[in-house]
Design a protein around this ligand. Structure first.
Ligand code: MEV
Length: 390
């Protein structure tokens, strides 16, 4: 009995940090992925790579098991294995990809209750989604209820199992909820949605025309409620010969601390909100360029975005060195993610030269194209792992 799901990492073309304040931003799913597999544990303990799961060390996995796994209804503890090629703590969404893949594996291992109405329409009897308001992925969940047969159970309620139970929006909303908890309550839904949906995801303060609107997300933060509209930008027009070259500084910088640093800077000097708004303006210009396939302008917006991020104090000498090295062979380059270390990204038609320049400047280069899958099931063997009727 085994269920395995994978999700891609992401890099951000424009708008990190400003998106936490509700400004527009764009994230791209990359080729590098993380896989999470679950199978019944050999004993009565949850296990990760054979060791007992330490809730403090792995808050993402711990929260997800409480949101999704019906322990109180008799579901057995699981053994979890993780593998993949997204460098950790480097701004490439490794924690969001892990949460999204874990959410998919747990949901598919568990199945989903579905209710059929009198006219034959099917709807979920339990789960989390942007269109459901009687379950809240963000608040502390009553574990007693996780996975129990819904109280409205009748003979029109049944369980679907396997890949059919997977829902991309559910993985994204739960991924955002655990990211927000890990970042002290301040996180945009960008990473979780990009890792869950794949492709290119755009966040905006308004519903944009001419692109597919996915859903709205909201989060209550210490300084007010944020609302984001999420969109799928599709494949970039004429972007087949374009590459993202990612340069890893190897310096680890936790996202939560970087996000808190920006919030403090703005609290101390509220007029610095202008810088956040300027990043929003640059992101809008970049998005317009991306939509019309003007990649020179996309690159310029990335480079301007980097200047603003440096001004905000979230770049570092190692990132600046890799951005400088990539610039001559690329259309634009900037840090990606929370900064302070981690990775930069360059948009280029010459990935070999750009990668070599990054490596010569002391970075590790990774190459990715556009158009990568979001969350997907890799293996479903000998299901179900557990069923409420068993
Ligand atoms: C981290 O990948 C991106 C940030 O904008 C934080 C967030 O969006 O939650 C720095």
């Amino acid at each position: 009995m085994l269920v395995e799901a994978s999700a891609p990492g992401k890099c951000i073309l424009f708008g990190e940090h400003a998106v936490v304040f509700g400004q527009p931003a764009v994230a791209v799913a990359i080729e590098q992925r993380i896989s999470v597999s679950v199978r019944p544990s050999v004993d009565e303990h949850w296990r990760l790579e054979g060791h007992r799961l330490d809730a403090k060390k792995h808050p993402h996995l711990n929260t997800l098991r409480h949101r999704l796994w019906p322990t109180k209804a008799g579901a057995p503890p699981l053994s979890i294995h993780i593998h993949g090629d997204i460098p950790r703590a480097s701004g490439l969404g490794s924690s969001a990809a892990l949460s999204v893949a874990a959410c998919a594996a747990l949901r598919v291992a568990r199945g989903r209750w579905i209710t059929e109405s009198r006219n034959g329409e099917q709807s979920w009897a339990e789960g989390y989604a942007s269109t459901i308001d009687d379950t809240d992925a963000y608040s502390t969940f009553d574990e007693e209820q996780a996975g129990l047969r819904p109280s409205t159970y009748d003979n029109r309620t049944h369980q679907i199992q396997g890949a059919e139970a997977l829902d991309v929006d559910e993985c994204a909303v739960l991924g955002h909820a655990v990211e927000a908890a890990a970042q002290g309550g301040r996180a945009s839904p960008m990473d979780a949605s990009a890792c869950s949906h794949g492709g290119i995801v755009m966040l905006s303060d308004v519903v944009e025309h001419g692109v597919e609107h996915l859903y709205q997300r909201q989060l209550e933060m210490s300084d007010g409620r944020r609302t984001w509209q999420l969109h799928d930008l599709g494949m970039p027009v004429g972007g087949e010969d374009l590459y993202l070259v990612i340069g890893n500084t190897g310096v680890h910088a936790p996202t939560g601390a970087q996000v808190a640093k920006v919030a403090e800077a703005i609290q101390l000097e509220p007029e610095r909100m202008k810088e956040i708004e300027t990043i929003g303006t640059i992101a809008r210009r970049g998005i317009a360029a991306l939509k019309r396939g003007d990649y020179e302008a996309v690159g310029r917006a990335m480079t301007e975005n980097q200047i603003m991020l440096r001004g905000l104090g979230v770049s570092c000498p190692e990132l600046d060195a890799l951005v400088r090295a990539a610039a001559p062979s690329s259309l634009g380059a900037k840090l990606t993610g929370a900064g302070g270390g981690g990775c930069m990204v360059a948009l280029t038609r010459d990935p070999k030269t750009t990668s070599e320049a990054i490596e010569l400047a002391g970075g590790r280069a990774l190459v990715s194209q556009f158009g990568n899958d979001g969350v997907r099931m890799e293996t479903i063997e000998n299901m179900p792992i557990w069923s409420p009727d068993s």
